[in-house]
Each structure stands twice: as structure tokens, then as C-alpha cells.
Design a protein around this ligand. Structure first.
Ligand SMILES: *Cc1c(COP(=O)(O)O)cnc(C)c1O
Length: 431
């Protein structure tokens, strides 16, 4: 069956035919591409078509698909049993690796997804401070738990509405929303809610409204504010952790949060999340403390083993970061040359190995700046890229993920495709 046929069948049994809405290609007027397998920088669809893959499972596969070194003899782990509901040594090993890597992190608890990680970290911050209110930022995504699914439209600063039906207003009345990269906005929000705020959670490098890097003064300013006002600072490093550099955005900015959330890369493609931080906070977690959090499959041996292997490789091969950042830089420069040659109304934003080609000229610093994007042109560009065998996230508001297996030939093919795709998208420009 081809993707069209599989999608029809999938829609019969799975809502929208997909198990996560980001996989639907509705945005770009396409049917999802159903994948058969992946190897290194490529994925292959059910009809055998090859794509250079820039999704990398949305970040986890920083070392490429089915990387020989990472997966070798992995079946031996299976043969010893997949889950026990009892502790294993592997859990300690991954936890220690993460605590050794991440600034200021004394202890870490494994969960099964990024959603669980952020939800649990917030529970700990609330339990520890005895306060209910939290601050998040417009356009930052922290998974789909109720209190974090707050829409950030205009006027949302004072009146919150849930992004989704099914989230009662009562559950989000304590979620305050501020503008990203706007410290004054946070100062005002804290003033208005003096002594009532448990925590501030953010993506220090925002990857879910396109790539928008937090400004250094903003990130440092938040740390100072949190210290002054006794607020727990939580970095959501589910994408940035072990990607921007081995010690994440915390290392990149030189700012140590009180807690941090992880996912994606630390599972090497298996379902894993984790939250950790200072011992005084993490010791609040059950069974040591009163804040309850649990998980039947948390820390299961297969996921731990994949995480250990991937982090071990990254730790032992710092050249990975040099390589992926350099590749991303070359991709950016290639894109910028094409854009400049034809004066396309586009620009690129990049941080390390993450980048977004925005279909507008002006810099994007926060959610408000996501106006006037030429989504019609994005769709035309996207369809042409996929036709030419370049797999990108099917949305303007996502990033391009570079991995260690992307090679020079991939880079050249991508830029050639990009030149053609942009010409198609802006057929009217400079004709
Ligand atoms: C993907 C993501 C999450 C949610 O992780 P899941 O494993 O999908 O639940 C949370 N925060 C950020 C920044 C993410 O990119």
C-alpha cells in the first residue's frame, strides 16, 4: 500500500490517521508520508522513495537513524527482559550521566515523555513553594498537560483561554502568560502577583514557534528575578538538552536553572523524559517527599540503554557538536545566498544545529512577530522539497534538525532542491 492508501485506512482507526498531530500534513495540503525504515541521514517511505531527513524524530536522532554503533547488539537487552517494575542498574547509570553533565542538577527522575517531565517539575515547584501560580511564555510548548496548554493570543496576558476544549478554566486560572524575550513583561506580571508565583518555565531556546533563541539578557534577567522573588526557574530542555551542547542551554547561556526537563535525545528514539534539579527540590518527590509522581514503565531497561549509549557517544565525541553546528551554518549560508540572489521575502534563524527558514523578512523574537508570514509560499516550497526527497517538519513553526549523519552530498542536494522550491514558491518574484 502507498501512503495515500495507508492514510485512508489509518483514518478509519486513528483520529486524523496519526498518533500526534504534528505528523499530519494538513497544514501543507498533503497526505502524511508513511515511513518504512530509516538509516543514518535518510528515511524511506513505504514505496521505497528516499528522503534526506531533517526531522530526526523531532530531535532525538541526533546521531542518525538506526546508527550502527548505537544499536549494535541491542537485542541482548531485550533478551534479558523488557521491564520489571523493579529497579535496575541502568537507571543509576543514565541518571548519573545526566547529573554529571548538567549544571546544578543533583538528582533526576525518569519518566516516559517530555509532557510528563514538565508536568511533574511544575508539581514539584508548587509543592516546594506552596504557591499555585506559574508563568509560561507565549509560543513556548511544554507538552500537552492541562495547565500548560494555555493559548497565547492577543489579550492573553490578562485573560487566559485554554488552547483546547477539554481544559477547564479552573485548571488554567493559575497559568500566567508572558511575552517571550520581554523581561519587563515578566517584571510586571510578578508585581501584579507578588509572592504568589511558584515557578517560571520556558524554552531557553524556543523551538516550537520556529527557532527563536532566548536573548542572553532575557535569560540572565529571569535568573536574577527568580532569585530575588524566590521563584523556581525551570528550563524546558526537551529539545535543547544535549543538543545545543552537551550541557544544554544552561551551559550555552551560563545560567543554572533550579530545575530542568528533558526528553527526546536522552531516549535515543525510545519514549523517555526526565526532570531534575537541586536536591532540596528533588527530595520533595515521592517516596522521599510528599509530592507524588510515578510510572509503571519509567526507567525501563531498553530506553535507559539507548539513552546511555547515545549520551556516552556524545560525551566521548565532542566533535559531533562542532560538526552539526558547522553543517547547520553552511546550510544557513547557502539558504541566505539564494534568498539574497532573488530577494525572496524570507530569512533564516539558527542556534547551533537548529534552524528555521521563516517566510517573512523581519526577525522573529516572540509570538507576536509570527504575523505576516507567507504560509501560501511555505506550502508550495514544502511540497516541492518533499517531491525532491527532502523531508522537513510539515509546519512553518518548527525547526530543521541537523544530525551527525548528514553529509556534504546531503547538503548540496538540499540547497539545490531549496533553490528550485523557492523559485516555485515565489514564481511571481523577479519574473
Ligand atoms: C517535544 C517537547 C515537549 C513534549 O515532549 P513529549 O515527549 O512529546 O511529550 C516538551 N517541551 C518541548 C520544548 C518539546 O519540544
Amino acid at each position: 500500500m502507498n501512503s495515500d492508501e495507508l492514510f485512508k485506512k489509518a483514518c478509519q482507526y486513528i483520529p486524523g490517521g496519526v498518533n500526534s498531530p504534528v505528523r499530519a500534513f494538513r497544514n501543507v495540503d498533503m497526505v502524511p508520508v508513511f515511513i518504512n525504515h530509516g538509516k543514518n541521514s535518510k528515511v524511506y517511505d513505504v514505496e521505497g522513495k528516499e528522503y534526506i531527513d531533517y526531522i530526526g524524530s523531532w530531535g532525538p536522532l541526533i546521531l542518525g537513524h538506526s546508527n550502527d554503533e548505537i544499536i549494535s547488539n541491542i537485542e541482548q537487552v531485550f533478551q534479558k527482559g523488557t521491564s520489571f517494575g523493579l529497579p535496575t542498574e541502568k537507571e543509576i547509570k543514565l541518571a548519573k550521566m545526566m547529573c554529571d553533565a548538567y549544571p546544578g542538577m543533583d538528582k533526576v527522575r525518569m519518566v516516559n515523555s517530555g509532557t510528563e517531565a514538565t508536568m511533574s517539575a511544575i508539581r514539584v515547584a508548587r509543592g516546594y513553594t506552596g504557591k499555585d501560580k506559574i508563568i509560561k511564555f507565549e509560543g513556548n510548548y511544554h507538552g500537552h498537560s492541562d495547565c500548560l496548554l494555555v493559548q497565547a493570543g492577543s489579550g492573553a496576558l490578562t485573560f487566559q483561554e485554554p488552547t483546547s476544549p477539554g481544559v477547564p478554566n479552573d485548571l488554567i486560572k493559575n497559568t500566567l502568560v508572558c511575552r517571550y524575550n520581554d523581561l519587563d513583561d515578566v517584571v510586571k506580571m510578578i508585581e501584579k502577583n507578588k509572592g504568589e508565583i511558584a515557578c517560571i518555565i520556558l524554552e531557553p531556546i524556543a523551538c516550537n514557534m520556529g527557532l527563536v533563541e532566548g536573548e542572553r539578557s532575557f535569560i540572565r534577567g529571569l535568573r536574577e528575578l527568580c532569585d530575588k522573588e524566590n521563584i523556581i526557574l525551570i528550563f524546558d530542555e526537551v529539545i535543547s538538552g544535549f543538543r545545543i551542547q552537551y550541557d544544554g542551554a544552561a551551559g550555552y547561556f551560563g545560567v543554572v536553572p533550579d530545575m530542568a526537563c528533558f526528553g527526546k535525545i536522552i531516549g535515543g528514539g525510545l519514549p523517555v523524559g526526565a526532570y531534575g534539579g537541586k536536591a532540596r527540590l528533588m527530595d520533595m518527590v515521592s517516596p522521599l517527599g510528599p509530592v507524588y509522581q510515578a510510572g509503571t514503565l519509567s526507567g525501563n531497561p531498553l530506553a535507559m540503554e539507548m539513552g546511555i549509549r547515545q549520551l556516552t557517544y556524545l560525551k566521548d565525541h565532542p566533535e559531533v557538536y562542532v560538526y552539526i553546528n558547522e553543517y547547520a551554518k553552511k546550510l544557513q549560508e547557502g539558504m541566505e545566498k539564494i534568498i539574497a540572489d532573488y530577494n525572496y521575502p524570507c530569512h533564516v534563524q539558527r542556534c547551533g544545529s537548529l534552524l528555521t527558514l521563516f517566510f517573512k523578512k523581519e526577525q522573529v523574537k516572540n509570538y507576536d512577530d509570527l504575523n505576516n508570514i507567507d504560509l501560501r509560499a511555505f506550502t508550495a516550497y514544502y511540497q516541492e522539497m518533499v517531491r525532491q526527497g527532502i523531508m522537513l517538519a510539515p509546519s512553518q513553526f518548527e525547526g530543521i534538525f541537523i544530525g551527525y549523519k548528514h553529509n556534504d552530498s546531503d547538503l548540496n542536494k538540499t540547497l539545490t532542491a531549496l533553490g528550485i522550491a523557492l523559485k516555485k514558491a515565489f514564481g511571481h518574484v523577479n519574473d
